[in-house]
Design a protein around this ligand. Structure first.
Ligand SMILES: C[S@@+](CC[C@H](N)C(=O)[O-])C[C@H]1O[C@@H](n2cnc3c(N)ncnc32)[C@H](O)[C@@H]1O
Length: 319
């Protein structure tokens, strides 16, 4: 059982306290239903050795330091491998380098310079395995709650939390839709890599706004296309082999969506094309990756002939 009482204590005196008190029952019910692989992943978590980090770096990278012998290193590596595939990272755990599919540190270095997270109570929607949650703490956040319905990512988060039990980061295996309406308690809400999976993007923006305090900041990262305020790509079928991609707006269209959803001071702080160096197969993620999803003769197109993945980071404030 995962004990959420430290989270409840942390949220005492905030607008999120009433919600926090309901979370243990919601989590226990969800864990009760579980997932077919949960027992195997739990086995991998149990196989992690007990090690006390001598130093933790979350500001510049994710690195846990400790002196450990070769056998302990091997044990750590085998247990973490048992939680493959690893998509977001990298993580350095007592000398074991988890070379994840994504260089999420590159994305973080594009996003973080535009934000002041010091002392902020943060919600990360679609947090994956929690990589950014740790980096947000490294940037001075007060506390970070991540929600993501994927059970493997939840277990990968538990692997890191095992070595950082006192840090104010929590991962809840829930979808954004599982949160109550009008939480209105977070200073900053992140939604990175989620909007293009939503059939109703404006509803997603409204739901994110509902989680923020008045004046709170939204950090939205999503795939975009080039073009003016009237341009939005809706793929006929797959996009970059993904079946669940719905809306890829231009940056001006996306900014308009945010304004219509009630955000002010909306601005785009970064646009970048995703490269095959940033997203690739590794020994920790052995399935196909970006280079397999692009036109082999022209990397400016996906294999479906659509513009290759390009991502924008937009920030805005709840009015
Ligand atoms: C492309 S990944 C992005 C992960 C991470 N935020 C990043 O930027 O690297 C999208 C994530 O959103 C999660 N997700 C999908 N639908 C969601 C929902 N309705 N609520 C919360 N998370 C969701 C998926 O499980 C997945 O981990």
């Amino acid at each position: 059982m995962i004990d959420l009482s430290p989270l409840v204590r942390r949220l005492a005196g905030t607008p999120l306290y009433a919600w926090a008190q309901t979370l243990q029952a919601q989590l226990d019910a969800k864990m009760e239903k579980g997932h077919g692989d949960l027992e195997r992943w739990q086995g991998a978590l149990n196989a992690l050795p007990d090690i006390l980090p001598s130093r933790v770096d979350l500001k510049n990278d994710f690195i846990l330091h400790a002196e450990c012998d070769e056998a302990t290193g091997q044990q750590t590596r085998a247990a973490l491998m048992g939680l493959s595939p690893w998509r977001k990272g990298p993580f350095d755990v007592f000398g074991v380098h988890i070379d994840t599919e994504w260089r999420s540190d590159w994305k973080w270095s594009r996003v973080s310079p535009h934000l002041d997270l010091v002392g902020k109570r943060i919600l990360d929607v679609g947090c994956g395995n929690g990589y950014y949650q740790w980096r947000m703490l490294g940037a001075g956040a007060d506390s970070v709650i991540g929600v993501d319905p994927n059970w493997l990512f939840f277990c990968q988060f538990q692997a890191m939390q095992r070595y950082l039990p006192d840090l104010p980061a929590w991962h809840l295996p829930f979808a954004l839709e599982d949160l109550p309406a009008r939480l209105e308690g977070f200073d900053t809400v992140f939604s990175m890599g989620v909007l293009y999976h939503r059939k109703s993007p404006i509803d997603h923006l409204l739901a994110l706004k509902d989680c923020l305090v008045k004046g709170g900041e939204l950090v939205l990262e999503t795939m975009v296309v080039e073009g003016d305020v009237h341009q939005v790509l809706v793929p006929e079928d797959r996009y970059s082999q993904m079946r669940n991609v719905w809306f890829l707006p231009s940056v001006p269209a996306l900014e308009l969506w945010l304004r219509r959803a009630g955000f002010v001071d909306v601005r785009c702080v970064d646009v970048s094309t995703t490269t095959i160096e940033e997203q690739r197969s590794t020994e920790w993620m052995r399935y196909q990756s970006l280079s397999d999803f692009l036109d082999p003769n022209d990397h400016s197109k996906t294999m479906e002939g659509l513009p290759a993945p390009r991502r924008a980071v937009i920030v805005g404030r709840k009015a």
